[in-house]
Design a protein around this ligand. Structure first.
Ligand SMILES: O=C(O)CCC(=O)C(=O)O
Length: 377
């Protein structure tokens, strides 16, 4: 049997005394988790005696926000930064949270394959081949990618029913709004999950205006690049070229707004390994599905306010990130995340690729294979 107590000597009498040792440093294989529904199995070993507010403060201050994407192009004779409005927020979802979200997506995929989701919720391409399609799971609304067999144009099919946003996805939305990644006036009420196998892609497109701006995409499993430019070239199946390539780290959120959403097209070339993305969007009020019910949970999200009281004890006067205690925790978590996510690090935040002249005129990309195999609910 081992004891938690250590023996120390009384400096006066020399007698040995038992003493409770100081709390251990944060555990090597866990991360700061919040009690907000996104964490995994519990966070006791890495709590460090911090309150929920203090933990949130630390996690919030770890988010890296890049908002200065820049690429000038001449559009209708006028020079403009076609990437204005793009933002990349990294370290929004940590390794443990990513794991939980990925498990949830796989579970939804299994349900879709068994016909346990509404018919238009789950869809997979009829035939797998490099550069063709990917599995999609839609929540909140049914989006029609191209004119369908009934002659419906691309956009939200208002009469179709799909499943509502799963609870974990609502937690993700809350996290993004609370941490100032998404604005309170454009809280998403729909999403599309894309499950890419190695070699799958999304061709160049601009997202349909049935969805408001900004919208965002969250990345999981494998880092890949997303290309941007007013003109993107299709080189071969799954191979595209364009002026700007942005790496999307796992756990990151890319915000598309302004020129970055509406002037520049974007596409994801054939991915190097299995990848999942979740694109969250708010529907235009006039395009809501006829049976759509707003979710009260999503209408009262309060952004996180950085207050002195949320800083860890004893560091009230300093910005939280300057405290050596917090720095140590942040460094340990950083190290653990780097270990946990075996991802190829990208040295550049943005890099330039060949420019081109081919314009993919589609507003959105072509249809996937046949819709869900499952029975309707
Ligand atoms: O998978 C991604 O990161 C991009 C997704 C996308 O472009 C879309 O869903 O419109």
């Amino acid at each position: 049997m081992t004891s938690n107590n250590t023996l120390i000597s009384n400096p006066v009498t020399g007698k040995q005394l038992a003493r409770t040792p100081p709390p251990p440093p944060p555990a090597a294989n866990s991360d700061i988790l919040l009690n907000d529904g996104l964490g995994g199995s519990g966070s006791t070993s890495s709590d460090n005696g911090l309150s929920e507010e203090q933990k949130e403060h630390i996690r919030f201050s770890q988010v890296v926000r890049k908002k200065d994407f820049f690429h000038m192009e001449k559009i209708n004779g006028k020079s403009m930064n076609v990437l204005k409005g793009l933002e990349l927020h990294t370290k929004v979802f940590n390794a443990e949270e990513q794991k939980k979200i990925i498990e949830c997506v796989y579970n939804l995929q299994r349900m879709g394959q068994k016909g346990q989701l509404r018919e238009r919720t789950y869809s997979e391409p009829r035939k797998w081949m490099r550069g063709k399609g990917r599995v999609t799971i839609q929540f909140g609304c049914c989006y029609n990618y191209a004119v369908d067999k009934n002659g419906n144009p691309p956009g939200i099919l208002r009469e179709e029913e799909v499943d509502p946003l799963p609870p974990l996805f609502k937690q993700m939305i809350k996290r993004m709004v609370r941490w100032h990644v998404l604005p309170t006036m454009c809280v998403p009420n729909s999403c599309i999950v894309n499950i890419y196998n190695e070699g799958d892609c999304i061709p160049p497109h601009i997202d349909h205006h049935d969805f408001l701006r900004p919208f965002c995409t969250v990345s999981f499993l494998t880092q890949c690049n997303i290309l941007f430019g007013s003109s993107l070239k299709i080189v071969s199946p799954g191979e595209f070229s364009g002026p700007l390539s942005i790496p999307l780290p796992v756990g990151s959120v890319l915000i598309l707004n302004g020129n970055g959403a509406d002037i520049a097209k974007h596409c994801v070339p054939a991915v190097p390994g299995k990848r999942i993305s979740i694109t969250f969007r708010r529907m235009d009020e006039s395009k809501l599905p006829y049976n759509f019910l707003p979710d009260p949970e999503l209408s009262r999200i309060k952004p996180f306010i950085v207050s002195p009281s949320s800083a860890p004890q004893g560091h009230h006067q300093k910005p939280v990130i300057n405290s050596s205690f917090v720095k140590a925790i942040v460094q340990q978590n950083q190290h653990r995340n780097d270990q946990a996510i075996k991802d190829k690090p990208d040295r550049e935040a943005t890099k330039t690729t060949k420019n081109d002249s081919f314009l993919c005129g589609n507003d959105d990309f072509p249809p996937l294979g046949k819709a869900s195999k499952g029975a309707s609910r």
